[in-house]
Design a protein around this ligand. Sequence first.
Ligand code: GDP
Length: 362
Amino acid sequence: MEAGIVGLPNVGKSTLFNALTQAGALAANYPFATIEPNVGVVPVPDPRLDLIQSFITSQKVIPASVRLVDVAGLVKGASAGEGLGNKFLSHIRNVDAICHVVRCFQGEVTHVDGDVNPVRDIETIQTELLLSDLQMVESASQKSAKLARGGDKEAKAKLALLEQVGAVLNEEQPVRSLQIEDKEQRKLLRGFAFLTAKPVLYVANVDDTDPAGEGPLVQAVRDFAAKDGADVVPVCAQLESELAELDEEDRAEMLADVGLEEPALAALSRAAYRTLGLQSFYTAGPKEVRAWTVPVGATAPEAAGQIHSDIQRGFIRCETYSVSDLVELKSEKAIREAGRLRVEGKEYVMRDGDVCHFLHNG
Ligand code: GDP
């Protein structure tokens, strides 16, 4: 799963990216935290992993992770080729979700549009994405119209869909606001990878004097996001980058000083999971206790496929219990004896917090 960090220049994107990947680099299980200068792997903080580890001793604990891409270079006019322009836009085409950083901190840092106004900033970026999608609607429509005239059925369906998408965009609404019930049409729509079809999560970069984001600027972002059903997470990027450099003890002290319970990384990754419709399952044994990620609604073989495609292909069944069973009964043996170890087949839809042993041939 991959999330792209976007936002206007000077809003704190790189500060946030560095803080998140630095925190990742410190989690010993992620020696490869920075893959490329602008791509990082960020571990997902997960208290359930610690719970499992307290009952099943293992050599290693490996958290789930999200790939983060710092997509620098979006400026007003990008869709018309300003700045990195279309190169920038193509970077976002590949991500699963957009993490939109908005400046809510005051201070000396120059703002590209003069003053701090987060809703105007969001609209500036959104306009570029809408314009880019509109261009795509136009070029795809021309292509489909040609094919449709030749009797191509799929092209006809695409053309009808593109008309709906165009109407939404012309109302200055993102493609994700378009409700499409039909499964085939939804698949066609996904194929276009419209930028404004991607789920968005807003990160309000706040002052360290207001780390919980209680001020009016963050409230304005919340009001804007609510129209779109999007989450807003207040983060003080500068503070996070300082926290990421501390050892655990000093970090706890600094958090207490500013009145925060946890680094924003934790809240941010929870929100990213919600935005992406993801949930966690676990594997646990003496070698490692590990968290894995699947979309809500994934079946047991699909979950197995996260571990290895061979396990998905040769899937026979899985033995499953929930983390809460383990907390209550304290060992897998006791879970089995109490008849709480479930045997699930190919059709099983994974539940959040399942601990699984997959049986497979291959
Ligand atoms: P980017 O262009 O969006 O990647 O922005 P940067 O991360 O380079 O940040 C731009 C400037 O804003 C830098 O000088 C940062 O130190 C500063 N900055 C970033 N986050 C914060 C913050 O939370 N509070 C304050 N006061 N300054 C910040």
